[in-house]
Design a protein around this ligand. Structure first.
Ligand code: HMG
Ligand code: MG
Length: 298
């Protein structure tokens, strides 16, 4: 049976914008985060404290975190690949830090320049520091449904990484379809395997929409007990280390579907549509959300 309520984590300001080639000034990012806060998201991924040589667009993360208007109770998350990133996120007042690994060895090397085992070692002090500082700790497991470099990713690899992230004390673990290749039955198989390692209600589905399967994958995930999903306003994004991958599933489409299913999100769809139109007009292109464009055209 489907959940009565789901948590939608808005990742547009980070996963969405990190891939933009042109400069997106900090004040535009701040306005986007503020609009998303107003729309009612309980959790917004606002920043990424990674090497600016690797992901130049995220170099303004400190300014963004300092400039946003925070709403009490909302979790503002930041990616932190190592202790340097953690210190920056802590100083910037992130409520949650996100360590990010991969279920595929090849992707781990391309994305964070180390093996899966080395990445876990690097996350040990980050996890401890996060706990000591009283911050929430989340982990993202990339390429859990397929890898742009090695293709198939065995279920055992997903289970292994989820287990290690659990052992680090993560509050939530994201199972990510980095390149958007999964289909519903595959999604169920991966999620069911992950659920053997970690609480179903603390696993999140992070689906990119490259092959147009993301909504179906979300629905399939709900059928096996997943209640947290990531999405990106106006379908922004892609991963700089996953060529050809498109953005996350568009938030407007997800909220439209949840509303139709009678599943509570706490998010105001019209406000998300406005936020999507705002950032798309800044970027000079049409929003990539079908529901968003349909609603905006009314
Ligand atoms: P490295 O080169 O192996 O690291 O990169 P290093 O420790 O040797 O450091 C090299 C340089 O980077 C040094 O500077 C460090 O100071 C600097 P230099 O001495 O050369 O001037 N540096 C940093 N600067 C700022 N903040 C930091 C930091 N760390 C080192 N935290 C590293 C390793 C992990 C840093 C690098 O590979 C990196 O930054 N990768 C980021 C990759 C990334 O952001 N990818 C996108 C996000 S993941 C994603 O999108 C997937 C997700 O959405 C889920 C999904 O869809 O799958 C989450
Ligand atoms: Mg992603």
């Amino acid at each position: 049976s489907l959940p009565k309520k789901v948590k939608i984590v808005e990742v547009g300001p980070r996963d969405g914008l990190q891939n933009e080639k042109g400069d997106v000034p900090a004040d535009v990012k701040i306005e986007l985060v503020n609009r998303l806060t107003e729309a009612g998201f309980p959790n917004i991924e606002a920043a990424s404290f990674v090497s600016p040589k690797w992901v130049p667009q995220m170099a303004t993360s400190k300014e963004v975190m300092a400039g946003i208007t925070r709403k009490p109770g909302v979790i503002y998350s930041a990616l932190t690949p190592n202790m340097q990133g953690f210190e920056a996120a802590l100083a910037a007042g992130a409520n949650e830090v996100v360590i990010f690994g991969a279920a595929s060895e090849a992707f781990s090397q391309k994305n964070i320049n180390c093996s899966i085992a080395e990445s876990i070692e690097r996350f040990v002090p980050v996890a401890k520091a996060a706990k000591d500082a009283g911050l929430r700790l989340r982990a993202s497991v990339s390429t859990a449904f397929g890898c742009p470099y090695q293709g198939e990713v065995p279920l055992d690899s997903v289970a292994y990484v989820v287990g290690r992230m659990r052992d680090l004390g993560c509050d939530e673990i994201d199972i990510a379809d980095t390149i958007g290749v999964s289909t519903p039955l595959k999604t169920k198989a991966v999620m069911e395997r992950a659920i053997k390692e970690f609480h179903a209600n603390r696993l999140a589905g992070h689906f990119h929409d490259t092959y147009g399967q993301a909504l179906a994958n979300i629905y399939a995930s709900m059928e096996v007990g997943i209640e947290i999903f990531h999405s990106s306003v106006s379908g922004l994004g892609g991963c700089p280390y996953a060529k050809g991958a498109t953005g996350n599933v568009a938030t407007e489409d997800v909220i439209y579907m949840m509303n139709g299913l009678g599943i509570e999100t706490g998010v105001d769809l019209d406000k998300v549509v406005d936020a999507g139109q705002f950032i798309s007009s800044f970027l000079g292109r049409k929003a990539a959300s079908r529901a968003g464009n349909a609603i905006a055209a009314k």
